[in-house]
Design a protein around this ligand. Structure first.
Ligand SMILES: [Zn+2]
Length: 302
């Protein structure tokens, strides 16, 4: 039976064994406890320590199950940023990792010739949702709404696909995106960007005020939904219609009917209509499963 390793490196590093599209055994994390997050997780690690730290967690996960690391089929690592051929080309919220050859570093730290796939964390999330919903035969796309805006696609393909940085407005005053670009989706929808826009209110308060009838907040609420509809419409015009999942901490603010209405206004050509939007709850486990599933597929096809 095939056992792989899934890794999600975000604020914390989380590692687990994955068997038959399910996490098997405990999830091992660095830092070990959530309270330690505040002291800095991945942010606090020097670049050279990231792969050895991940490998320590892999060994601990294997140890739990009494298996040797050599028995692992493949290792998949979901990592935030633009990943090209095993290298972290850019990670806007983790400047120290720019240029990190993570796949090579993983192989060196493992001291074994196991297939290692490094992929964007949002693509790992998309594969995890596809696996958990039994949709590995279909194309799915996933928006992850958090501090940044992740865009994941399954099947995982070549290319950049930084959908969170889609330009959704030509207003030159729109420049709250973490990457510094003007008019970006993340500059409107990202949690950090919302805090910069509403210096006097937390995002939760903005959405509550919109529901209570505050004109400024209603106007932003509409912009927030239109921005995601616009980026989704662009994806449909480039890649065709299909199923879009919306996940992440701020997916709770999505009014799916309003999104559907805006999307309908933006996509008019009949062969491109019929996309389905769905809010889905995900967890670290989802991305771990997805990273492992993609790594197994890559190991088979190469
Ligand atoms: Zn941007």
């Amino acid at each position: 039976m095939s056992i792989s390793i899934g890794v999600l490196a975000s604020e914390r590093i989380a590692v687990a064994l994955v068997e038959q599209h399910k996490v098997s055994g405990a999830i091992h994390t660095f830092p070990a406890t959530e309270a330690a997050d505040l002291a800095g997780g991945l942010h606090s690690l020097p670049c050279d320590s990231i792969a050895p730290q991940i490998v320590d967690l892999i060994k601990a996960a294997c140890g739990d199950r009494g298996i040797r690391v050599e028995q692992i089929t493949a290792v998949g690592v979901g990592f935030p940023g633009i990943i090209g051929d095993g290298v972290v080309l850019e990670s806007p919220n983790l400047q120290q990792v720019k240029g990190l050859k993570l796949r090579d570093a993983m192989r060196t730290a493992l001291r074994l010739n196991i297939p290692v796939l490094i992929l964007n964390d949002a693509d790992a999330m998309a594969a995890g949702i596809a696996a958990i919903h039994g949709q590995l035969e279909k194309v799915i796309r996933v928006w992850t709404l958090g501090n940044g805006i992740g865009f994941g696609r399954y099947p995982h393909g070549d290319g950049v696909w930084e959908g969170g940085h889609s330009v959704v407005t030509l207003d030159s005053k729109e420049q709250y995106c973490g990457c510094g670009g003007q008019g970006h989706l993340e500059g409107i929808m990202g949690h950090r960007a919302m805090r910069m826009r509403f210096l006097d209110m937390e995002p939760e308060e903005v959405f509550a005020a919109a529901r209570a009838g505050d004109a400024r907040c209603i106007s932003f609420y509409k912009l927030w939904h239109r921005a995601l509809a616009a980026a989704t419409a662009t994806s449909i015009h480039l890649d065709g219609p299909g199923r879009f999942f919306i996940s992440g901490p701020n997916a709770r603010f999505i009014e799916i009917g309003l999104m559907g209405q805006y999307l309908h206004e933006m996509v008019k050509m009949s062969p491109l209509q019929g996309s389905v939007l769905e809010v889905v709850s995900t967890s670290t486990e989802t991305a771990i499963v997805g990273a492992a599933v993609n790594a197994e597929l890559a190991a088979v096809t190469h």
